[in-house]
Design a protein around this ligand. Structure first.
Ligand code: GLP
Length: 264
């Protein structure tokens, strides 16, 4: 794992956007795993800008989102399908048929989850999986005690996640209590992981995920098992990390980051 600390949330998200942009330019038919949440809104705005002003081409890109609420249709403003259409898909030249989210309205959720896993396999797996972290330590909606080998399935949300996400609903009681989510096992099969974490409110959970023991109580800690995982954070989120000096040094000295150092 490599942890990269940038001075501000904007700088952290700019760096993540550059990585994704370069990947799409290098491999135009890449398969991206996408995440939702407030953190990702700015990222998608930057990618949209790259498309509009710098010709970033999404026409062959395929996407699979981490999760979707159960019971919300794609036209519901609070569904993740709606979020993705609003923040990215409708603003770039992606083929909507290449964009996938689990269907939270499916009549048989178990079959829907199996289909989702199959669809990922059919395209050859996810090349780059984008991740955010919830205050409960989740990636996707893998709440505490999610098996580290779990696959796409339905999951009950914790009170902490409900408290974090319900303000995004017009009436907080309308927030679904269950969601479909890729499992930790599904996420770990992506060829590369990119976790973006910003803000002081995530400092404690980030330290647990990155430097704490691997435990299903903090499902994000499972990223420590991945061979190619980059964690990009701002200084506020990095506050509780113990090996900060080492992480700064990685960005300043590793050849892999040279091209990004020059740009920033
Ligand atoms: C939701 C999503 C997660 C995301 C998290 C972080 O819970 N299911 O995939 O990582 O939000 O959200 P935010 O960026 O708003 O803190």
């Amino acid at each position: 794992m490599q942890v990269i600390i940038r001075p501000t949330a904007e700088a952290a998200i700019q760096l993540a956007a550059r990585i994704i942009e370069k990947r799409i330019r290098q491999f135009p038919d890449t398969t991206l795993g996408l995440a939702t949440g407030v953190t990702m809104e700015r990222l998608y705005a930057i990618l949209t800008d790259c498309h509009k002003n710098n010709g970033l081409d999404f026409s062959l890109v395929k996407t699979f989102n981490l999760d979707e609420y159960i019971g919300l249709s794609s036209t519901d403003e609070c569904s993740y399908r709606y979020y993705m259409n609003q923040h990215l898909f409708n603003k770039v030249n992606i083929d909507l048929r290449n964009t996938h989210l689990p269907d939270g309205m499916a009549s048989d959720l178990k079959i829907e989850c199996e289909k989702y896993e199959k669809r990922i396999k059919t395209v050859g797996g996810i090349d780059l999986q984008l991740l955010g972290i919830g205050k409960a330590g989740h990636i996707g909606f893998n709440e505490p005690l999610s098996a580290l080998r779990s696959r796409t399935r339905d999951k009950s949300l914790t009170p902490m996640t409900i408290a974090q996400n319900s303000p995004l609903f017009k009436r907080s009681e309308d927030m679904p209590r269950r969601a479909l989510t890729m499992g930790i096992g599904t996420i770990l099969e992506a060829r590369e992981l990119l976790l973006i974490v910003t803000g002081k409110s995530k400092a404690e959970v980030l330290a647990k995920a990155v430097e704490g023991p691997i435990t299903s109580m903090i499902s994000a800690s499972a990223i420590q098992l991945h061979e190619r995982c980059t964690v990009i954070v701002d200084e506020a989120a990095a506050e509780r990390l113990q090996a900060k000096d080492y992480y700064y040094w990685i960005f300043e000295s590793e050849p892999e980051w040279e091209e990004y150092r020059e740009e920033i």
